[in-house]
Ligand binder design. Sequence first.
Ligand SMILES: [Zn+2]
Length: 442
Amino acid sequence: MFNSLPEVSCAAELYFNNRFPGYRLKQYRTEESGRFCFILEPSELGVICPKCQQYCLRFKDTRTLTVLDYDNGAGGPCVVLIPRRRLRCRCKCTATEPMPSWILPKHRITVRLAAFAQHLLNLRVSISDVAALTGIDWDLLKEIDKSALELRFKNKDLGRVKRLAIDEISIHKKHQFATVFMDLENREILEVIKGKSIENIRPFFERLKADNFAENIQSVSVDMNAAYPKVIKEYLGNAKLAYDLFHVMQHFTTDVLKEAKKHSIAQARQTDRELKPRDKTIEAKQELSIAVSTVKNAEWLVVTDPSLLTPEKVEKLQRLRAVNRLFSDLYPLAAKLRLIWRSLSQEVARNELQETIELCEVIALEHDFKPIQKFAGMLKRRAEGIVNACRVGLGTNILEGANNTAKVIKRLAYGFKDFEYFKYTSFGQSSWNTPSIFIEAT
Ligand SMILES: [Zn+2]
């Protein structure tokens, strides 16, 4: 159904002239879907020929371009039909008249609609929701979001960074990694780089050096496994290397406790195999099943701060320690590790560390359990960085924030195929960032 506008009011005319410069509203109609459709006509009879620069009034033909727009008065998403005239100029030019500036170049949406979509995306409304609301194609929305994020986050100012944290995260299943750089004091993600090798991360340090910010860095918190110490020494002469408790606990869990679980189960099975058939009593069978069942979630029970355990879990832990001698001996290590980072002075931290290493070595001998010896070796090699962690004196909440941020980014990574887009999204979406970043208008 068409509605022509013979007596369009002055206000409406003004509104549409401002809305679609160079055009005026000829007709409007409501589509079957309920969507409004505005049909425009050129407000000028002719156009300047792009070739001869003369005012040209002769046209070969006219085509119609359909463009998506958004208008609150029209109930949201709407369609605009724009005539596109092809010249037949005296100079033989047959170019199509220039595209109006209010249409997003190379796309069939208005700049206004793109800005509205971008605003929603900045509020972290999901692309799918914005697509449903505006009718814009998913891929285009992704490009809009990506370029806005890129504009905002490209070349972050590194001038105020004093305490740096570097973390490597696995981003896809097939051993793909990314390295995350964070400013601990300002709680901000500075950079996310694909890969984790020295060559991958060198450009970040080169940038710090080129901008003369390298000497501002006072401390760098890193994961113990990584190959960073060399590159940090090379670029950040003033920085103290520090290993945080979270990462050490992580290693303790994976490299020691999980291995201890396997070790315990293997040992119980071995004992069971060695029994002569006549000794295979019901009690002996029960012993094997108890040995296997008590180590369930053992690593979690051991590393969790005892004050956070429910009475039921405390009971499980007690049972584990009563049944399993290896776990019983490993148990105090978790508390000892926490003590190192809670030390009030480096002197105390150094002593605590020394005692912990000695305890590890005793357990290794006693149980003929290699993983704990390896762990002790790592503590020894990284002693300086561990003791430094006390001098760096960052609150646990800050490091925990950094650690959680890395986790958020890791989870986020699974949904992205485009690394650059993932990187900029992680800058904007981290729970660690100050909220002002989300509502900044563009
Ligand atoms: Zn011409």
